[in-house]
Structure formats: structure tokens, C-alpha cells
Design a protein around this ligand. Sequence first.
Ligand SMILES: Nc1ncnc2c1ncn2[C@@H]1O[C@H](COP(=O)(O)OP(=O)(O)O)[C@@H](O)[C@H]1O
Ligand SMILES: [Mg+2]
Length: 460
Amino acid sequence: MTHNPLLLLLFDSSGRSSELAKALQGKALPLVILRSEAEARRWLETNQCQAILLAVSSLQPHGVFLAELQEAASQSAILVAASAPSVNDAVAALQAGAVDYIEAPVSESRLDEALDKAGVSRLLPPAGQSQAKTRKGCAAIIGTSSAMRQVFSLINKVCDAETTVLVRGESGTGKELIAQALHYEGVRGTGPFVPVNCGAIPGELLESELFGHEKGAFTHAIRTRLGRFELANGGTVFLDEISEMSPMLQVKLLRVLQEKEFERIGGTKTISSDFRVVAATNRDLEQEVEAGRFREDLYYRLNVIPIEAPPLRERRQDIPLLVEHFVARFNRLRKKKIKGVSDEVMARLARYAWPGNVRELENMLERMVILAGGDVLSVADLPERLLEAGAAPVERLEALPEQGFFLNEVLSDFEKRLILQALEQTDWVKNRAAKLLNVNRTTLIEKMKRFKLVSSSAEA
Ligand SMILES: Nc1ncnc2c1ncn2[C@@H]1O[C@H](COP(=O)(O)OP(=O)(O)O)[C@@H](O)[C@H]1O
Ligand SMILES: [Mg+2]
């Protein structure tokens, strides 16, 4: 099988990496092994892969190559395995965009976890259904807030239905997890789950990615290649960032949704495949339709059942659970024994606006666990942006008004309201209000004058 292989790059001379190669070969994965940077460059010129596992002794001498890989194989998930691991390398790898950094010796379960993160497990023969359910179903989604309970209840209602589902929500809110839960909790759960990121794959490639192509269909079509729709037979196709699809592909997609039949690029044979579609978007699709960028008929076809993934700032009560979940997970992955976070850290996490939602929280905790000084994460471990005083009460706006707005006016109005709130909260004791706002008393008095703020009881 030549589809979506896992590319294993062995640049490690310690001998450890051959154990890794053996472990991978035992998994019946479509695996390609290369042993030098030059070989890897050449292979990537004409091939694509789901994931790249870079096995090195230490990352340092390969830093430039890793950055190059990010560019050359932007659709592949990159894993780094190091036989001489270090904290610096771990941080550098994650900063460069690697999805995981694995330290030797690598246990079987640790390797599986990394492959899972890289989306490789779907290339493996299907595991028992019960296992799939507990690992990828609703159980993988953390949250007990009413907003999340609503999501779970919708998933349970529609997972067995064949209807198309549109998962909506900001980036990092767990849309892909919801799509996976719909698949693994449902009757198709033993079939393949096939994700396609319509935003990450350039237009021309996306078409052949979805529909496949016949040998010779275009210059680089060296062999026949099955598309994702075909690979998803018996399972679910997850079309992520659906709003990014070109108008030409939108037409083709509509036809596939209606007929479940299509041709490979350059082919004449009609292929039929039995798959369910779950799509996701972080855009306002109605607005895209209005602006003429998204087909209305396709919109109705996809939006049969919408599921809303709530932003983290609207379900702050889930933050402690998520923190506990991620700390436990990164303890396991990073071989650490962090007990938790201090009360003050928890208070700050609970107040922060989380523009990047759960993904931001997850990434932040991963770095904190790796870099932690003590066994409880303290304020000193928090990144700068969480310490900025202003970060606390400011919420991200859904969208800025199309016609524009006056930044200075909005800011000064906001400033006035915050000062008023601080004064009310401190019974108009200026010393305390100034302390709460972290400004000088004289500055506060000046601002009160400017905004004509006086206590109504003082007036009386
Ligand atoms: N409710 C949740 N519980 C646990 N992990 C979550 C939750 N929501 C999101 N995540 C994690 O956050 C990251 C982003 O989630 P993802 O589904 O890719 O978001 P989206 O597709 O909406 O951008 C993933 O690593 C995912 O595992
Ligand atoms: Mg996503």
C-alpha cells in the first residue's frame, strides 16, 4: 500500500533507532524508512505522507532540517524521537511545530500515543470497537459544563444517523474531537475515520487528495492513487475548514454528497463509496454565503445538523478538569511528577480570555510541565501573557464591525467602565481601587475627573 505512509527518518547512530524501526515494522503500517537528509528531501519532492518520525540522537544538529521539513511537508504531522533527550530539544521541537517529542527508551504504549497524536493510527488495521470507543469517543472530550453536556447529548442523538453534521466553533475548541466522537460512538465506528484539512492543502492538491487520480493524469501522477472519499468507504470523512474549499471543488463536493459517486482525476470509471460526511468550520458560513464565497446549496446540504463547540471562555468551570487532565497526560508523556497547579495559577487560568481555546491551554500546560522548577506549577512558570494585568477582564470580540470603528473611543469607554467597576467594588475607597487597577492614586483621581466619575452617595 502506498497511501499516506509513515516516513521514518533514521539519523540516529546510537542503535536505539533500529528498535524503533522494528517496533514500527511490527505494526503493519505503510512505512518508508530513509537514512539521510538528502534522501528525505528527494523523497518529499514527489511523495506525500501522513506523518514523519524523525529519529535522532539529539535534535540540535538537525534543527535547520526540521524547519525545512515544516515547509516542505506542511501537511504531515512531525514527530521527533531522541535517544539522548534534553529539555531544550523538547521545547525546540514543539516550538518548531512537531506534534510530539518522544524520549528513549520508547515503550509500546508511548509509541502508540505519539502515532495517535500524528493521526497515524487510522492507517492501522481497525482495533476492537470497545477500545476505539473509549479512546476516541465522547470519553476523550473533557467537560461537565452545561454547554458541553449539550454537545454530548447531540453527539449521542446523531452518531448513528447518516445525516451530515456541521461542527462549528472557534479554532481550538475541540471540533475534531467532536467529529471523532460522532464517528467512534456510531455504527461506523469500526470503519475508517478520514480527516482532510481543506485549509491546509493547496487547491490543486486537494482535488486529487479527495478524489484520487489515475496514473498519468498529470505530471507527477506516477501511479494511481485512491482519494480520501474512496479510503473512507464504510466510515466517515471529516472535512475540516470547509469554508476554504474553492468554488470549483464546492460544485464537485455537492455532487458527491448527492450521488455518493465520482471519478478519479483523469479517470472515466465511476467509483462509488459509502461514507458519512462531518464538516467543520471556524467561520461564519452564512456570511460566506452572503458574500458569494460559499455555495448556498452546499451550505444547506452540510448544515443538516449543526453542533456548536463552545469557546473555553464560555465554559470556564471546565478549566480545572482540563488542567488536571492535561497535567496527568503530560506527566505521563514527559516522565514528570507534577502534582498540579497553585491556587493563584488556577485563578489566573480561570480569568484568562483563551483566544486559542483548549488548544492554547493544552500547549501552555505542556510547556509548563516540561520547564517546571518545582512539583507544583506556580506563577513563575506561567508565560508572560497570563501575567499581564490587562489580560484578565478583556474578552475577545466575536468579530469586528465590517464598517470599522474608533479604537480610541472604544478603549476609553472601556477604561471608564472598568474604573467605575473598580470604584464600586471598593466602596469608592480610592486607595483600594487604585491598588486593584495597579495605577497610582493620583492617576486614578485624574482619570475620575476626566471621566466625571463621582459616587452617587457622595453627591446626595
Ligand atoms: N473538551 C476537550 N477535552 C480534551 N481535549 C480537548 C478538548 N477540546 C479540545 N481539546 C484538545 O485541544 C486541541 C485542539 O482540539 P481540536 O479538536 O483540534 O480543535 P479544533 O478542531 O476546533 O481547532 C486538541 O489537542 C484536542 O485534543
Ligand atoms: Mg481543527
